[in-house]
Design a protein around this ligand. Structure first.
Ligand code: MN
Length: 189
């Protein structure tokens, strides 16, 4: 997936340098790996989501990381003051978590306490209930039957150049760049 904004668009929350490595090297690496693994397998012409739900081994790991990063990079926009959810999603967050602030606290806590590499997710179940989950390594909530809405990448490559060991500071800053119109669209479609 091409980056949907300029590589410096998310500064100062995420630097141009981090975006360059994260999108241009890490994601590109997963894409190259998968393109090398797929030829001659039954997964060659199968949608990415189906591969993530059904495959295993290296194909699953690389497909999962591609799907996760596609959702991740597509959900951001330039920093905005007082950035917050809109529409039906805002109502659902208030109903489920009490308030946007309470939701942010729980989401950040789950991101900060995820041991090792992985992703923290906001998803919706089949009834539209919201839930926050920690997923290790390349896992995605679609493997549990959930609709993934928002994700923060807690692999060190996502923040180490800008925040070093301060993962909680990185997570707290990301709220400025979430494009809630994208998250709302994922929730209502
Ligand atoms: Mn990443």
């Amino acid at each position: 997936m091409p980056l949907p904004y300029a590589s410096e668009a998310l500064e100062p929350v995420i630097s141009r340098e981090t975006i360059g490595f994260h999108h241009g090297k890490h994601l590109a690496g997963y894409v190259n790996n998968l393109n090398n693994l797929l030829p001659g397998t039954k997964w060659e012409d199968v949608p990415l989501e189906t591969i993530v739900k059904q495959a295993d081994g290296g194909i699953l790991n690389n497909a999962g990381q591609i799907l996760n990063h596609n959702l991740y990079f597509a959900q951001f926009a330039a920093p905005k003051a007082d950035n917050k959810p809109i529409g039906k999603l805002a109502e659902a967050i208030d109903k489920q978590f009490g308030s946007f602030d309470a939701f942010k606290d729980e989401f950040q806590k789950k991101g900060a306490t995820l041991f090792g590499s992985g992703w923290v997710w906001l998803s919706a179940d089949e009834e539209g209930n919201l839930l926050i989950t920690q997923e290790p390594n390349a896992a995605n909530p679609i493997q549990k039957g959930f609709n993934p809405l928002l994700t923060f990448d807690v692999w060190e490559h996502a923040y180490y150049l800008d925040y070093q060991n301060r993962r909680p500071d990185h997570l707290a800053a990301l709220w400025q760049i979430v494009d809630w119109s994208v998250i709302e669209q994922r929730f209502t479609s």
